[in-house]
Ligand binder design. Structure first.
Ligand code: ADP
Ligand code: MG
Length: 660
């Protein structure tokens, strides 16, 4: 059906519709309202001056019409609402005069003026409204109004065929109403319940189609040249059951995701994300173990020496029978040579280290799996370097910087993601407070409580380190203060950027061994450092950091079942910092951070122009998006997907798939 076939519209109207991007009747019914005006009778018992009002009543007198000119007229009459009589004024409705007989009932929509007991009406409807009136509002132009668009759309409703993209099985699963009915309702809603159902149905379709495209793209990119591994899940469960703790549900799910990737011929390209302390490391160890069982070497790359060492020690503790070696830049020439030989010969099964892992001169024997911890700290080329050693290894990225959930799925749609959202059992949320410098005494008392309980404390000094230019005065002043307050009862240590790596390591180790109880640090303490006995972190000038960075710092504490505290000291931007006192969910924090700082630059991610939904809003409809994703992935494996109506997905996305 063409626009020309619609009764009562001429070429001019068609031109106006074209200007809105509407060229045929299908476009027309797909032109969804962007909002609805809900009209309900106002409660007349507590009216205030200036209130927007919807009121029904009886016309008391013959309307009086004044014509100012050809384009402007004013009509007024008295309306009896049953509670009171009020004066109604409305512009440019003179043409209605004949219908507004004395004694007939009308509904007035307008603004109430209490002082003059009058209503300036913006609209008038013949008859009373019994229930709620829902008026769809369309994006319109100067030339064609929303109500005109509405009228045209209503005239074709039920006459235009649309394709229903939601497969039958899914329609049944969610008890969706048929698409045609949904379209009819959104353009001509009779009640809120129906409208809700119709919007849900159409919104789901949008998300479903979007996720189909993303999944298609991901599959197109997924390489089938990965390693397959002959490892049974029973063997994996055996090692899981031997762990000193029970894995959380999300950890188990992540292990299963990774296991599935590793045994299949797809090359793994997975992001494992979860808050600091959520237990990603043990998941990565199990991945290394699966890979080891299949006879391949595995490498785990950490961003710092301390972390590499920590991982190495922990790995050895959990898997004492596997040949693991540590490779860092610290090794002496002779040691390095030995380590190199072990890697090259394949005698070393697990190699844990820093970016020394990707040095030019390291050759692997049969590297099957590469894991990078805190992947955001590595440059793309570095990662590439490692990837190219050996066979085409599977890759697992770990990140403690949660990508806002709404963006992860869409922006990283071509990467598989496993998320650990729940903290290990017994973890208590870190109690977070914002304090000003004036309240420092309170803070010192809180610190004292922790020291008395034999716990340890991190203090982040009020200083920005700019490589060479660092003024240590403030740090030493702070140390002096801390010594004065606590020197008699505990040891205060200090760590700053002017110290050599070796000195830093020493201090860090002393802290780990509880030889130091208060550690003052100028820099952000190494990501991932795990000192379970540290129960408090005090961050001076915390306004200097983004919320996600502060959240990361906060993650240094709360690593056991003790009460832990994070004190944010700041005289500025305290409102922003308050966000952290309200949530300990890193995913939520990153979302707030995203909202506050806006734009994609935080994550350095691509923007997707594909995300302009008509009804859906990925921020609020995330759960629905997840469902659509899962449904979409299952659907792509079904026969129904071969229906030609889905061909356009492949056509639309083929271009972006070739970008790599
Ligand atoms: P992440 O790498 O995600 O920051 P870690 O793997 O370092 O977290 O885990 C933090 C601490 O929690 C470690 O000491 C680890 O042994 C412990 N842990 C991990 N998973 C569990 C669990 N399911 N139950 C109890 N403790 C756990
Ligand atoms: Mg970690």
């Amino acid at each position: 059906m063409n626009l020309e076939d619609i009764k009562g519209i001429g070429n001019t109207t068609i031109k106006y519709l074209n200007e809105l991007g509407i060229y045929n009747t299908l476009d027309l019914i797909n032109y969804y309202p962007f909002r609805y005006e809900i009209i309900e009778n106002t409660d007349l018992n507590n009216l205030n001056d200036g209130d927007k009002i919807v009121v029904g009543g009886i016309i008391e007198n013959v309307p009086n019409v004044v014509h100012f000119n050809r384009k402007l007229n004013k009509m007024s009459f008295h309306l009896n609402t049953g509670k009171f009589v009020t004066n109604i004024t409305i512009f440019n409705r003179a043409f209605l005069k004949d219908k507004l007989n004395v004694g007939s009932s009308v509904t007035i929509i307008g603004k109430y003026d209490k002082k003059h007991n009058s209503i300036t009406a913006s609209d008038i409807k013949l008859g009373l409204i019994e229930e709620t009136l829902i008026v769809p509002i369309y994006h319109s132009s100067f030339k064609i109004s929303s109500s005109k668009i509405s009228k045209i759309i209503r005239s074709v409703l039920g006459k235009v065929k649309t394709l229903d993209y939601i497969p039958k099985s899914i329609t049944e699963k969610y008890r969706f109403i048929p698409k045609e009915k949904a379209i009819k309702i959104i353009h001509d809603p009779k009640n809120k319940t129906d409208l809700k159902k119709a919007l849900a149905r159409l919104k789901y379709e949008e998300l479903f189609m979007f996720m189909l495209k993303i999944s298609y793209l991901k599959n197109a990119k997924r390489k089938n040249d990965g390693l397959t591994r002959n490892v049974s899940y029973e063997e994996v469960l055996k090692v899981i059951n031997n762990l000193p703790f029970e894995l959380t549900k999300d950890q188990l799910k992540s292990v299963k995701d990774i296991y599935d990737d590793l045994i299949s011929s797809y090359r793994m390209n997975r992001l494992l994300q979860g808050d600091v302390g959520s237990g990603k490391t043990v998941v990565s160890f199990i991945a290394l173990y699966i890979n080891y069982l299949a006879g391949y070497q595995g490498a785990l790359m950490a961003p710092t020496e301390i972390l590499a060492q920590q991982h190495f020690q922990n790995f050895q503790k959990l898997f004492p029978n596997i040949n693991a070696i540590l490779l860092t830049g610290k090794l002496k020439a002779k040691e390095r040579k030995e380590v190199k030989a072990l890697i090259e010969s394949g005698k070393a099964n697990i190699i844990i280290g820093t970016h020394a892992l990707i040095s030019e001169d390291i050759t692997y024997s049969n590297l099957g799996l590469v894991i990078t911890d805190e992947q955001h700290r590595f440059g793309v080329t570095q990662r590439g370097n490692l990837k190219n050693k050996g066979i085409t290894p599977d890759i697992l990225y770990m990140s403690a910087t949660p990508i806002p959930r709404t963006y992860a799925l869409t922006l990283y749609g071509d990467m598989d993601i496993s998320s650990i959202r729940t903290m290990p059992n017994g973890r208590k949320p870190v109690k977070t407070y914002v304090k000003t410098n004036k309240e420092i005494k309170d803070v010192l008392y809180m610190m004292l409580d922790q020291i008395k309980a034999n716990h340890q404390i991190y203090v982040i000094a009020p200083l920005i380190e700019e490589s060479d230019k660092i003024d240590l005065e403030d740090v030493y002043k702070l140390e002096e203060k801390m010594q004065k307050a606590f020197g008699k009862i505990c040891h205060v240590g200090i760590m700053h950027g002017k110290m050599s790596a070796k000195e830093k390591d020493e201090v860090m180790n002393e802290f780990k061994q509880n030889k130091i109880q208060i550690l003052i640090s100028t820099t952000v303490i190494e990501v991932g450092v795990d000192v379970a006995n540290a129960t408090m972190i005090v961050i001076f000038d915390s306004y200097r950091f983004g919320l996600s960075a502060l959240h990361q710092l906060r993650g240094r504490v709360g690593r056991n079942d003790l009460d832990s505290y994070c004190i944010l000291i700041s005289d500025k931007e305290t409102k922003r910092l308050e966000v952290l006192t309200k949530t300990t969910d890193g995913f939520k924090v990153s979302e707030e951070d995203f909202k506050l700082r806006g734009g994609g630059d935080i994550f350095g991610v691509r923007q997707s122009g594909d995300m302009n939904f008509k009804l859906a809003d990925i921020k609020n409809d995330y759960d629905l998006l997840l469902k659509a994703k899962e449904d979409g992935e299952n659907f792509m494996k079904s026969k129904e997907y071969n229906n030609p109506k889905y061909d356009f997905i492949k056509k639309q996305t083929i271009q972006s798939a070739n970008l790599d």
